[in-house]
Design a protein around this ligand. Structure first.
Ligand code: GLP
Length: 533
């Protein structure tokens, strides 16, 4: 689904009219599916203006309206028959014989529906369907239900729709209780679809549509299976405020993002006690932030494995924990959960080095080697554990054992843990070195920082270990480049922050047109990416 985000309703109306006009200019005998309601009125006004300026010729088009109340007289000023005449048909050079609206006066609604569906087929199907969206997520009059009837049919209106549409009638009792509507399959058979959403009262369903799963309780989510849908939305309907939560072993970071900008961040310590209290603490911080920043969606990045929404993480009290469901007990809104490394990659893609790129790979060097792959702007998940780049095998025979059960995994050679292991071994074997001096002064312990200190003091022992480390790092990076051909590989993690030693060495031995960069966002990437899930 492509999103055109407009500043306001006027811009939305203009954009929509332009798309409809282009369709008619390119194919003058187009079959257009029309919608009613308040939202498309501005679009119709713009189309009338374009007609008056001689920019569009409507004489050869055929139209099919989405729906009509049932029963309703054509003369009733709330019938969609009346609406179309008032807002469009009487003002342009359309051939009225080629316009179709389900007959709200029919004695046999079932036959009328079959006839209507047949007529659409006879005309070769709909080239471009315009849709509005009800506050409950209905399209046409396809109301939320456990299962949706797919072709043109007679339907009962829900309480919610009767209430919402009573604004056009004298009172609620006057609103017809039924309607004739194209079904979801009728709509999905259209070659192209434009969906219009305007106003804050649509923001909940728009958010569900953009962030939620396909489900019959929000019928518009069915549009996600269509290959050519453009959602034109104004800022009121599209809440740009999102919350990202990055759960880590020591802290949980929160980031509020509005229209692509970080506007607030906070963090709390990670509770290693019970799962319930940890989730409650996270939820409480979400609620506290919401009072100030009324976000509409939450994205959560978490370490560990996520299977069907259930998270199991070794450093945290999550064991088959359905994080989204648990958080929803405290805060009921659209919540998406993904792996933390994927979120960091998405953060860097949306806000950092990857901002103007299509494909990036983020490689995080730390205790292990983690990463996220973004292809064409989307996180690649695959079915099982795609993106677990730390576990690509770089040493086939005699490789070091890995906690994942394999041997020779990349993270056994390219993680900071591996660098420290090798450096410790080397300095113990050569006590006459700067590296050993730093090691012994630090209670016989090395860390990434000390290794870099030794490198800066030109210690040959540290240099040898580091060169070998770079060789292993580069082997994995080469594999990633060969498989994915990304625009950039972005390195993150504590050791990438230290001077240019690492990045210079990698660039020198990689010799590739692919950009090798250091993460711009580092610790903020995860929460920012989570916000954009
Ligand atoms: C009606 C129509 C829908 C329309 C919806 C939203 O129920 N059957 O096709 O999308 O209203 O209308 P509005 O744009 O006035 O919010």
């Amino acid at each position: 689904m492509r999103l055109i985000l407009c500043e306001n309703y006027d811009e939305l109306s203009e954009q929509a009219a332009k798309l409809v006009a282009s369709q008619i200019i390119l194919k003058p005998d187009s079959v257009i599916g029309l919608a009613t309601g308040q939202t498309p009125m501005g679009m119709y006004k713009n189309l009338v203006k374009m007609y008056e300026r001689g920019e569009v010729d409507f004489s050869n088009i055929t139209t099919f309206n989405l729906d009509e109340y049932y029963p309703i007289k054509r003369g009733n000023d709330q019938s969609y028959y009346y609406y179309m005449n008032e807002n469009l048909f009487s003002k342009i050079n359309i051939n009225i014989n080629k316009t179709h609206i389900p007959d709200g006066e029919t004695k046999n609604p079932y036959k009328e529906c079959d006839k209507y569906e047949e007529e659409i087929k006879k005309n070769g199907g709909i080239d471009l369907q315009i849709l509005g969206i009800g506050q409950n997520g209905h399209i046409g009059f396809n109301e939320p239900d456990v299962s949706l009837y797919t072709e043109t049919h007679l339907t009962d209106l829900t309480r919610n729709t009767i209430e919402a549409n009573s604004r056009f009638f004298n009172n609620e009792d006057e609103v017809p209780k039924q309607a004739l509507t194209m079904g979801i399959a009728t709509i999905l058979k259209s070659k192209k679809i434009i969906l219009l959403a305007s106003g804050a009262n649509k923001s909940r369903v728009v958010s569900e549509l953009l962030n939620g799963d396909i489900n019959t309780s929000i019928p518009a989510t069915m549009l996600k299976v269509h290959p050519d849908v453009v959602l034109i939305c104004d800022k009121d309907a599209y809440s740009g405020i999102r919350l990202g939560v990055d759960i880590g072993g020591t802290s949980v970071k929160f980031a509020v993002v509005e229209d692509g900008k970080l506007i607030y961040k906070s963090s709390i310590g990670s509770n290693k006690g019970s799962c319930d209290t940890f989730i409650k603490e996270i939820a409480e911080e979400c609620i506290r932030i919401k009072a100030k920043y009324p976000y509409k969606t939450i994205g959560v990045g978490t370490p560990g494995r996520i299977t069907d929404g259930a998270v199991t993480a070794s450093n945290l009290p999550f064991k088959n924990t359905h994080l989204a469901k648990e958080l929803k007990k405290y805060i009921d809104m659209s919540i998406n959960v993904d792996n933390d490394a994927n979120c960091a990659a998405l953060g860097e893609f949306e806000f950092g080095i990857g901002k103007d790129m299509d494909n990036i790979i983020m490689v995080t060097l730390g205790t292990g080697v983690g990463g996220g792959i973004i292809i064409d702007g989307r996180i690649c998940h695959g079915r099982y554990s795609m993106g677990e780049i730390g576990h690509i095998i770089v040493q086939s025979k005699g490789g070091l054992p890995c906690a994942c059960g394999q041997t020779g995994c990349w993270e056994q050679y390219a993680s900071v843990t591996a660098l420290i292991r090798e450096a410790t071994q080397a300095c113990i074997e050569d006590k006459d070195s700067v590296l050993y001096e730093l090691y012994s002064k630090n209670n016989n312990k090395l860390d990434g920082k000390l290794i870099f200190d030794a490198l800066e003091q030109n210690c040959p022992v540290a240099k040898k270990v580091f060169d070998e480390y770079i060789e292993w790092l580069v082997i994995g990076l080469k594999n990633l480049i060969n498989i994915f051909g990304p625009d950039a590989i972005i390195l993150a993690g504590g050791i990438t922050k230290r001077s240019n030693i690492l990045i210079d060495a990698v660039r020198k031995s990689l010799d590739t047109p692919v950009k090798i960069e250091i993460s711009k966002l580092q610790n903020d990437a995860g929460a920012l990416g989570a916000a954009m899930l």
